[in-house]
Design a protein around this ligand. Structure first.
Ligand SMILES: [Zn+2]
Length: 428
């Protein structure tokens, strides 16, 4: 299935078609058609909701059911049924757990739980009035490619989630597209501050889907963001062919750095590094970190790979985790509501791995994450440091890179470019 612009339509000069597809604000102001509301109504009419969880390291199937809010009776019934098909203690980290709730006149009730045992096998636990029953099914997944392009009016988030062209994809998938763009371009662009009206984006995303249409896995094949007239590119390439690929720019330089730009996805900075008036101590003090405003329970990720060297509670920091990284770097995550299960002193954590959750423990006036970075024992401003890029495309793989990147760029460039997307606006 190909969702999006059809090259023929665009080369035929169908600017009107472009208006209808790419620029939501324009459609609304021209024809008075409330596209966004139409799209929302489609989702609101679904009589229930589904949530997808992932069994992270140190997390259990039972823990996910508990966190999802299953009552004691449902919890027991689901586990008993599931055990007839598989051992819940032997589920691998990364296993997806999809929980479906049904809207009934008496309120929400548990409908079905799907656990992806491996690439092809899924355990279904179906719950009705009488109880729960489980079965294992072998399902073939399919792969499709999603194409999208648009103009940013306010934020990348609203530009992508409101793109009428993507209305056929689930809200979860659209969230995934934005998070992927944020993850890939985080070192080049600060999406919370730098995005300007008139910026454009286009991307090609490869999805592996379950038979009923939900996304199992996926990644950006190629993407472009034009921010204040400057174009940034990211092209997927898998040097070892083991599925652990990453993204490179047009020259084959990695877009990734040793540290993520921020420990919380799509977050907002509420206080920067440097002198400030302390909200509790009521005096001027040096702020040795960066604060990120986020709601309670928002996952906190380790910004780099390393080893946990501190996980305790202090009067000032509240629940705090320190991670030691190579080359004398240390990162600190404070005021946590709680720690991720399995995270202890000595734990090895990867870049982007969830280690705790946002809270306001210790000396804090509201829910936020206090994030510090230390270099050789001294606090430094994580937003001011230029981290060296990760390895470029290996010399041995250069020939294959040339071929594959050209193909992925061709897919990207088959979408309308910045000039075409902006022309729609100028034509108004
Ligand atoms: Zn702080």
């Amino acid at each position: 299935m190909r969702i999006s612009f059809n090259r023929v339509q665009i080369t035929a000069g169908a600017l009107a078609a472009l208006c209808g597809m790419a620029v939501l604000g324009l459609v609304a102001s021209r024809g008075g058609v409330p596209e966004a509301e139409v799209a929302e109504a489609v989702y609101a009419s679904v009589p229930g909701r589904a949530e997808v969880h992932e069994i992270a390291r140190g997390r259990t199937f039972g823990g996910i059911l508990h966190d999802a809010g299953l009552g004691t009776a449902d919890y027991r019934r689901v586990l008993d049924a599931f055990r007839k098909e598989a051992d819940p203690r032997r589920l691998k980290s990364g296993t997806s757990v999809r929980i479906q709730w049904l809207e009934t006149p008496g309120g929400e009730r548990l409908h079905r739980i799907e656990v992806g045992l491996n690439r092809d096998q899924t355990v279904f636990v179906d719950c009705g009035g009488g109880g729960c029953g489980a079965s294992t099914m072998t399902l073939a997944t399919s792969i499709d490619t999603v194409y999208a392009a648009g103009r940013i009016e306010s934020s990348l988030w609203s530009a992508v989630t409101n793109l009428p062209e993507l209305a056929a994809t689930s809200a979860g998938d659209r969230r995934n597209f934005v998070l992927s763009l944020d993850r890939v371009f985080q070192w080049q662009i600060d999406f919370s501050r730098q995005i300007m009206p008139g910026d454009t984006y286009r991307f090609v995303f490869e999805r592996e889907k379950r038979p009923e249409g939900s996304m199992r896995t996926g990644h950006l094949l190629s993407a472009e963001i034009v921010n204040s007239g400057k174009a940034y590119h990211a092209i997927w390439f898998d040097p070892n062919g083991d599925g652990e690929g990453t993204w490179y720019d047009l020259d084959g330089q990695s877009v990734r750095r040793a540290f993520l730009m921020k420990p919380i996805e799509l977050s907002r900075i509420s206080s920067r590094f440097g002198m400030r008036h302390h909200p509790i101590l009521k005096e001027w003090r040096n702020h040795n970190g960066v604060d990120y405003a986020a709601s309670r329970g928002t996952p906190v990720q380790s910004t780099g790979a390393g080893v946990v060297v501190r996980r305790n509670r202090s009067e000032t920091y509240g629940n705090v985790i320190d991670v030691r990284h190579p080359n004398g770097f240390l990162t600190r995550y404070a005021h946590l509501n709680g720690f991720e299960r399995g995270i202890a002193v000595g734990s090895r954590v990867g870049q982007g791995e969830v280690i705790g959750y946002v809270g306001m423990t210790g000396m804090a006036t509201g829910y936020h994450l206090h994030y510090e970075m230390h270099a050789s024992g001294r606090p430094v401003d994580p937003l001011a440091i230029e981290f060296p890029p990760e390895d470029p495309v290996p010399a041995d793989d250069r020939a294959r890179w040339e071929l594959e990147s050209a193909a992925r760029l061709a897919l990207l460039f088959s979408l309308p470019g910045p000039d075409e997307l902006r022309a729609v606006r100028a034509d108004q």
